[in-house]
Ligand binder design. Sequence first.
Ligand code: HEC
Length: 106
Amino acid sequence: MPARARLKKILLAIGLLSALAPPLLLAQNQKRCREIVDTSCDTCHYKTRICQVLGSRGRWGWKRTIKRMVRYGARISEQDRETLLDCLVKASAGEPFACSYTTPEK
Ligand code: HEC
C-alpha cells in the first residue's frame, strides 16, 4: 500500500477511535456508578431519592450532597466519590444507574 493510503487509513482509525472513546468511557463509568450507588447509596434510602433530583444539580451541589451523606454515615471511598460525582453531574433526569433496579446498561 502506498504510504499516503496507509496514512489515510491510520488517520481514519484515529478519528473513529476518538469519536467512539468518550461514549464508551461514559458507559463504563455508568456501570461503575451503578455499583457505587447500589452499595453506598441504596442503604438508608432507596436510590430513587437520587433519581428524583438527577439533572437539577451542578457539581457544587452534588459535592455538598455527597459530603452530607458521608456525614450521615455513608461509606464511600475518596475515589468512588469522585467517580460518582462525575456521573451525577453529567446525568440527565432518569439516568438508569440511579433510577433503575433492573436493566443493567452494558
Ligand atoms: C447513612 C445513611 C445514608 C446514606 C448511606 C446515604 N444517604 Fe442520602 N440521605 C440520607 C438522609 C437521612 C436523607 C434525608 C435528609 C437530607 O436530605 O439531608 C438523604 C437524602 C438524600 C437525597 C435527597 C435530598 C437531596 O439532597 O436532594 C439525595 C439526593 C441523597 N440522599 C443522595 C445520596 C447519595 C448519592 C448517597 C451515596 C453516596 C447517599 N445518599 C447515601 C441518608 C443517607
